[in-house]
Ligand binder design. Structure first.
Ligand SMILES: [Fe+2]
Length: 339
């Protein structure tokens, strides 16, 4: 199977043709910079995945004592390391069976295939989100409004996705977006190129909005919208759309996985080889499907008390098993023999 030549994006890739209408969710992304694709995962399967995620936590490393209905166990003592934004990306969780099953959901993959106008896609090995409400032992989840692409590389480059797995209403945390602000991204960065109060970024593929930047957006009439969705809904957003995440403030957790795909043809052979290595070592990546950033195993997962989590082995509980479509999504199928 190795060495398949991927079909590049066709002429109907999103944002290729100004004014183009699709008659489906793509029109919402064009207009608003984000959309909820309802029922991308059938509800019963979404509920099964949520149950598997609860089970993952309740049986974590043989069971550290976490119980979903007992809030006194919702602290780090009973859990893997989950940051204040709900993200968990050690322990090989990025390669658990439920994580891969969600990535391979046809309704999720097909949404990205439509956006990029090609079936030949690769997927990120991104984190999962276990945001438990009312955790007293995590630091405050301060808003960090940002874009997930390099301001020096304008234009539509990346579509990000979240598969939502529990009911997610106004108090349940999750994604908040600056509706329609993707249209203003280029103008914004021209005006803010030499801003003195630039927010520190750990990678070029990230831009943080300062208070001044936030005021600029508000002055342009841009509004922030907390996205609401049901189990099995797929949230999609253009990486230029400013966004951040909110913690749940009600009594329900938020469970979700981050799923991002790009055309295999847009990755270099070097990218694909790096991605293959990440896959074989069962390491996670950020949202960039070309494995732009791979987890550095020399960096231990730190607990809040400043000690490395003793449970992190960077391994999922079971070997990864994928069908042909899943293997294509790893990118390995597109590595040429001579690479
Ligand atoms: Fe982001």
């Amino acid at each position: 199977m190795a060495g398949i030549v991927p079909k590049p994006s066709g002429p109907n890739k999103l944002f290729n043709n100004p004014g183009q209408k699709f008659g489906d969710f793509r029109d919402d992304i064009l207009r608003d910079g984000y959309v909820v694709v309802k029922g991308a995962v059938p509800r019963e399967r979404a509920e099964k995945y949520a149950e598997e995620m609860y089970s993952y936590l309740e049986n974590f490393k043989g069971g550290l004592g976490f119980k979903r209905f007992d809030p006194s166990t919702h602290t780090e003592q009973y859990l893997p390391v989950i940051n204040e934004k709900g993200m968990c990306s050690g322990y090989g969780v990025n390669h658990e069976t439920f994580t891969w099953d969600i990535r391979c959901e046809p309704g999720v993959v097909d949404a990205f295939a439509k956006v990029f106008d090609t079936e030949d896609l690769i997927v990120s090995f991104d984190a999962v989100n276990f945001a438990l409400p009312n955790r007293k032992d995590t630091k405050e989840n301060k808003p960090w409004p940002h874009q997930d692409q390099d301001p020096e590389k304008p234009g539509f480059r990346c579509l990000q996705g979240i598969v939502n797995l529990l009911p997610n209403g106004p108090k349940d945390g999750g994604l908040i977006v600056c509706k329609g602000a993707h249209h203003l991204s280029e103008q914004f960065h021209e005006e803010f190129r030499d801003e003195p109060d630039k927010v520190w970024a750990w990678t070029k593929e990230w831009y943080g909005f300062s208070d001044r930047g936030m005021r600029w957006l508000a002055d342009k009439g841009m509004e922030w919208v907390k996205v609401e969705c049901e189990p099995g809904d797929l949230l999609l957003w253009d990486s230029r759309t400013p966004h951040y995440n909110l913690s749940p403030t009600g009594d329900r957790p938020r469970f979700a996985t981050y799923t991002c795909y790009m055309p295999a043809a847009d990755a270099t052979q070097e990218d694909l080889l790096r991605k293959k290595e990440a896959f074989e070592k069962q390491l996670g990546t950020t949202h960039w499907p070309n494995a732009a950033h791979v987890r550095d195993v020399s960096q231990p997962l730190m607990r809040k008390d400043g000690t490395p989590c003793p449970y992190n082995d960077d391994k999922p509980r079971q070997p990864i098993k994928l069908d042909e479509r899943g293997m294509k999504l790893t990118g390995i199928s597109y590595i040429t023999a001579s690479a």
